[in-house]
Structure formats: C-alpha cells, structure tokens
Write a new protein. Structure first.
Length: 126
C-alpha cells in the first residue's frame, strides 16, 4: 500500500509540474507550435534517463522514493519518458527492428487512437 501512496504523491507533483512547465513554455515561446508539450516530453525523457541510472546504480534509495520519482512523478509529468526509455533499452539490446516497430506503432497507433476517440466523441455529441 505504501508504494501506491508514493506513486500517487509523485504523480500529483508531476501533474502540477507538467502544467507549470507547459504553460510557462507557451508564455515564453508562443502557441504557434506545441512547444509546451515538446518541452515536457524532452525534459521528462532526459530526467528518466538520468534518474534510471542514478537511482539504480548510484543511490540506494527506498523503493517508495524510487517509484515516487520514476513511476509517479515522471509517469504523470510525461509518459513519453517511459516510451523513450523502453526504446533505448531495446536499442541497447541490439533489437533494431523491434525498436523501429515499437516507435512506429506507438506513434502512429497513438495518432490513430486519438483520431478514433475523437471521431467517436463527435458522433456522440451530434
């Protein structure tokens, strides 16, 4: 149960940080391009890469703190960071075809999914 509470606490902070970073980035760079989302995805991915090594190989932190940061905070801040780490792990294992398939299916499958959800909702609200 403690792990779930740690994830929830980290997730709450990650959601607030996502909103803060995104809105401040849009205020700084404008809304003509999804700069806020891009900033969140890139910084979240950088943090995931850094923390995945630091927490696994350098610091002996309790499981609650590790999952609060990686699963809770970064999972709420951006799920793109987890996607990027999974892709990197597959590349490091030499699974190039698997990585390309994963990236293509993730990106285009997500675009298709959001479009299908959008269409379904449009049909309901007519």
């Amino acid at each position: 149960m403690t792990l779930y509470l740690a994830i929830a606490a980290g997730g709450s902070l990650g959601a607030v940080c996502r909103y803060w970073v995104s809105t401040h980035t849009y205020a700084w760079l404008g809304t003509g391009f999804p700069f806020g989302t891009l900033m969140v995805n890139v910084t979240g991915s950088m943090l995931m890469g850094f923390l995945s090594i630091l927490l696994a190989q350098r610091l002996a932190l309790p499981d609650e703190l590790r999952v609060a940061l990686l699963v809770g905070f970064l999972g709420s801040y951006t799920t793109f960071s987890t996607f990027a780490l999974d892709g990197l792990n597959a590349l490091q294992q030499g699974a190039w075809a698997k990585t390309v398939a994963y990236v293509l299916v993730s990106v285009f499958g997500s675009l298709l999914g959001v479009w299908l959800g959008w269409l379904g909702a449009r049909l309901l609200v007519r």
